[in-house]
Design a protein around this ligand. Structure first.
Ligand SMILES: Nc1ncnc2c1ncn2[C@@H]1O[C@H](COP(=O)(O)OP(=O)(O)OP(=O)(O)O)[C@@H](O)[C@H]1O
Length: 302
């Protein structure tokens, strides 16, 4: 799928301001960014539910509106099926829209739902509702799946179970375009991540490359009142952050040496913890921190 210089506004609100990206067949692409960044709008443009004001969009080699419906799966953020259907009825309804659909019971089991439960959709917990909706979005065994915040409201075990579902789909060759606020979800699932802020794509790259470029350094946090000068001869930069000293750039294999050096210098400390940057640090730096969204649009590559 391709978005080329896509712009879209709602009245005076600019939701997308010249977004360009390309997602390869079989790739898992995660779109992250703050509330109101334009993620849902971009998903709508890519799926043909909105026609952008400007730019070009291509899905499965055609304008989205012409893309083969039976090859697409879509779970919108605001998907709101009828309340008075059981999970089986709901998934069977969506499966019935296609000539060649997967069996509803098997789909429900895939997402961790008991197909025999007769609770109406309107009476299910938020997490059960979302799982059922994920099952419905898979009814036609799509080649390209768009899922907008698929695991919101799902408990941690259920979320991990759905990650396995998406991973299995990706392993089987399905292209997945995922929108999420869970950085661990993007980091675990995505081949590439795009960070959208204020309608612009601020950075795109593999999770590892983005973390290397923007995540900052690994560091050893030393909970102590000591002055940074007490440990500034260890070969690492040392800064104070609240009640801890941060010894920057310490690799995991050097943690013992630093602890021994603290002891040797008589520096008292209550705790040591080692931290390595993750996608959340990238997000905070580029989208939510000081100077956020100020980065030029960047494709990060190894
Ligand atoms: N139907 C609409 N009418 C007017 N403005 C809209 C409409 N839909 C979205 N917007 C505005 O467009 C901008 C982008 O919204 P969008 O829903 O695409 O963001 P998002 O990144 O998906 O946000 P969230 O993470 O909260 O779901 C926001 O400023 C939003 O208020």
């Amino acid at each position: 799928m391709v978005a080329d210089d896509v712009s879209e506004s709602y009245g005076d609100t600019v939701a997308l301001d010249g977004v360009s990206l390309a997602v390869e067949a079989g790739e898992v692409f995660a779109l992250i960014g703050p509330n109101g960044a334009g993620k849902t709008t971009l998903t709508r443009c890519l799926t043909g539910t909105r026609t952008p004001d400007g730019g070009r969009v291509e899905l499965l080699g055609s304008p989205p509106i012409e893309a083969a419906r039976e090859r697409l799966g879509l779970l919108p953020q605001d998907f709101d099926p009828p309340d008075r259907l059981s999970a089986r009825e709901l998934v069977a309804y969506y499966a019935g829209l296609y000539d060649d659909a997967r069996a509803p019971d098997s789909l429900l089991r895939t997402v961790g739902m008991d197909p025999d439960t007769d609770t109406w959709y309107g009476d299910m917990s938020g997490g059960e509702q979302r799982r059922t909706c994920v099952a419905a979005s898979l009814a036609n065994d799509p080649d390209v799946l768009f899922v907008d915040e698929p695991t919101t409201g799902i408990d941690p075990a259920g979320r991990r179970a759905l990650w396995d579902v998406f991973e299995d789909l990706a392993d089987a060759g399905t292209t997945v375009f995922l929108t999420t606020h869970y950085m661990a979800e993007a980091e675990r699932l995505a081949d590439r991540v795009g960070l959208l802020a204020d309608g612009s794509l601020v950075a795109t790259g593999t999770p590892d490359d983005l973390i290397a470029a923007y995540g900052g350094e690994q560091y050893l946090a030393v909970e102590t009142d000591a002055d940074p000068g007490a440990v500034d001869d260890l070969g690492y930069e040392v800064t104070r952050a609240g009640d801890e000293l941060r010894v920057l750039g310490v690799p995991p294999e050097a943690i013992g040496d630093v602890a021994a050096a603290l002891d040797a210098r008589g520096v008292p400390f209550d705790a040591l913890s080692w931290t390595e940057p993750d996608l959340e640090d990238v997000y905070l730096r580029l989208a939510d921190g000081p100077g956020a969204a100020g980065a030029d649009e960047t494709e990060v590559t190894a």
